[in-house]
Design a protein around this ligand. Structure first.
Ligand SMILES: [Zn+2]
Length: 245
């Protein structure tokens, strides 16, 4: 019975899959690894990439994506591009972004029972582990951690602690008590956040997230699919969306 009341968004962890490419993208732009998000031929998908002697496939290995800009790579959700960006960032810098995006700690939301993420310790992460993290696999986070991280992209780069209550109004005295927004510093610059948001909009207008379109709103997003456990044939799909009118 208790399972029914379990708040999965904060108490359960899962493997986010390709939604996580937004984090890799943000870090790569912020570190200047990519500057022009529309440069044709910036990347080339050959169907796989070799990392420390291990060949990792693109999901579309049977028909490689070929020449791509960063925007196209995100729209195509092309694994080798994000693996390559992760390798250029390196473990130390990549983990510093996990930390800045507050993915290594609980969000501090005002609800009980929040779980924390499960990542390999930084000192144990080698190039192959970094490669899988870069496209969203082999670690687990809570949905609220992902939403908090993506909200900092939508907020112009500022990380905030999620809150349930915005304001308390005393119905008798009409006294208003505001619950303040708690800011946790800058994760990425405004310029980087605008670039990522622009690409997220393309995912919805032309790519894998077309079903998220809402008339009258600017909607951005990123899809993700991951396996629920090993060889279970059960899949977890994710869609993370940000919107403004
Ligand atoms: Zn590809």
């Amino acid at each position: 019975m208790q399972a029914v009341w379990r708040n999965k968004a904060i108490a359960d962890t899962y493997e986010p899959g390709s939604v996580f490419k937004l984090i890799t993208t943000s870090a790569a732009l912020e570190e200047g690894i990519v500057t022009d998000i529309d440069k044709q031929g910036e990347f080339c998908c050959t169907g796989s990439i070799e990392v420390a002697g291990v060949r990792i496939k693109c999901w579309r290995y049977y028909r490689p994506h070929g020449s791509e800009s960063l925007r196209m790579a995100l729209m195509n959700s092309c694994n080798p591009v994000f693996i390559g960006l992760g390798q250029k960032l390196g473990v130390k810098t990549y983990y510093s972004y996990l930390n800045k995006f507050r993915l290594l700690s609980k969000t501090g939301i005002d609800l009980p029972g929040e779980a924390n993420s499960i990542f390999l310790a930084e000192e144990k992460a080698g190039p192959v582990e970094l490669a899988t993290i870069s496209f969203g696999q082999r670690f687990e986070i809570t949905p609220i951690q992902l939403a908090t991280a993506v909200s900092s992209i939508a907020n112009g780069g500022t990380s905030i602690t999620p809150r349930i209550v915005k304001q308390i109004i005393n119905s008798k005295t009409k006294e208003i008590k505001d619950v303040p927004v708690k800011k946790n510093g800058t994760v990425i610059s405004k310029e980087t956040s605008e670039k990522v948001l622009s690409m997220m909009e393309t995912v919805v207008s032309e790519g894998t997230g077309k079903n998220a379109k809402v008339a009258g709103y600017r909607i951005g997003g990123k899809t993700g699919t991951s396996e629920d456990g090993v060889n279970t044939n059960k899949y977890v799909t994710s869609f993370c969306r940000s919107g403004a009118n």
